[in-house]
Ligand binder design. Sequence first.
Ligand code: NOJ
Length: 540
Amino acid sequence: MAANRPSETTANWWRDAAIYQIYVRSFADGDGDGTGDLAGVRAKLPYLVELGVDALWFTPWYLSPLADGGYDVADYRTIDPAFGTLAEAEKLIAEARALGIRTIIDIVPNHVSDQHAWFTAALAAGPGSPERDLFHFRPGRGPDGAVPPNDWVSEFGGTPWTRLPDGEWYLHLFATQQPDLNWAHPTVRQEHEDVLRFWFERGVSGVRIDSAALPAKDPALPDFTEGRDPHPYIDRDELHDIYRSWRAIADEYGAIFVGEVWLPDAERFARYLRPDELHTAFNFNFLACPWDAGLLHSAIDDTLAEHALVGAPATWVLCNHDVTRTVTRYGRQDTGFDFAAKTFGTLTDLALGTRRARAAALLSLALPGAAYLYQGEELGLPEADIPRDRIQDPMHFRSGGTDPGRDGCRVPLPWSAQAPYAGFGSAVEPWLPQPAGWSSYAADAQDADPDSMLSLYREALRLRRTEPGFGSPGTAGERLTWLPTAPGVLAFTRTDRLVCVVNLTGEAVELPGHTEVLLTSGPLADGGRLPQDTAAWLRG
Ligand code: NOJ
């Protein structure tokens, strides 16, 4: 087993952890029914130890009709039977912890499933009932109430209001099956605090907060006019009080939060990371940044500056279960990420994208803070084209079929090149089809190949743990110093013992001064120069 970083055993582990995201449904199928499950994850724990990650973030594993891949929670205290049982989740948390890997779960405060007991009770109780106060029910507008109560737009497109046979409408910022909770109601707050305790009692070390800037609403639910300040449902000040009370609970257990906070304003973003609120938040500006030296340089500087405002560590994320896979994105003409720009059939050069994704891996894993990896990133999986009749993502349907949706990055993982369904474990076809050639990315095919993406990630994560040049949390290693370079080259030190250099120019460049080359994302060119779209870690 790889040596532990000094912080692994300390309260600071989260400040520089490597955290691996598991989309359970597509990770590994332990019972062969076509859907990934907890048995599959337990069987792969040795793989995750060998990969060298510090924690696992599980996307929602609770009872759910899976209208939005589990982000429609019907009961937080029950594991979805497709995934396993509560007892199995407890075993998994304990087994992983015994192997030095912590568990982070996903809580979705903005909404629940329309199958949640609160919502079915609210429907049954009818207009004006106290049960409906837990949600946002309103009469419609217009003479017969047929016009939605306001002009908001769902995050998935279309109106975020659905009308019931009794005439009332209910709010859902996402799919119809995801009614928004009313966070002004004390029962909603109390329940979420109880759910946090429920999972912390079971050994969970952290919580990812879904859509963390959305739960609070202006109680009047006014129309949204461009420039309305404060916004009726994004980033409202009431949220901070909620997260302060969550933080107090987490502190009792030594647990941490990571917020899904998509906010362009650096100062507003940093407010979520004040010392008595969330520990960390995802860095979506870095994730969405095009493969361009100047833009990456600015994204890194902006990230570090906004986090410095509140003394929080940054996070570095290249992809997740919502966005286009990195090797596909970096091989396109437009290498940035934007939900609004997603279309079917965008051309990509996978060899180029893979080369850049390898360099991006070394860049992101060298930066100070915590790093998130999404399952399959370490295998270099591309975005899959899902046949239209197999798409399940509500984002596709709510766009009227123009948005390909997010299933292309959620395809069941290939574990074994020779086994049926690339070794995902299914005896029947998995819930999403695997594209032709998927076996060539199988973990077992990459295992012994020193040039594979898997070997690169393993070695990078091993060095990130063991090289003193990366420093430890709270020390000089949490900072970064840029080195002077030619335009198009990024080079920085963490401490004077560790240099990361990335070449985004069109030609090979000289490496900065060093005593040893620790790792490169591809072979060096003649004379030891660094080729284009290649990164190196050097000992200074
Ligand atoms: C963000 C999650 O990452 C995404 O998958 C989900 O659809 C929405 N929040 C709604 O919960």
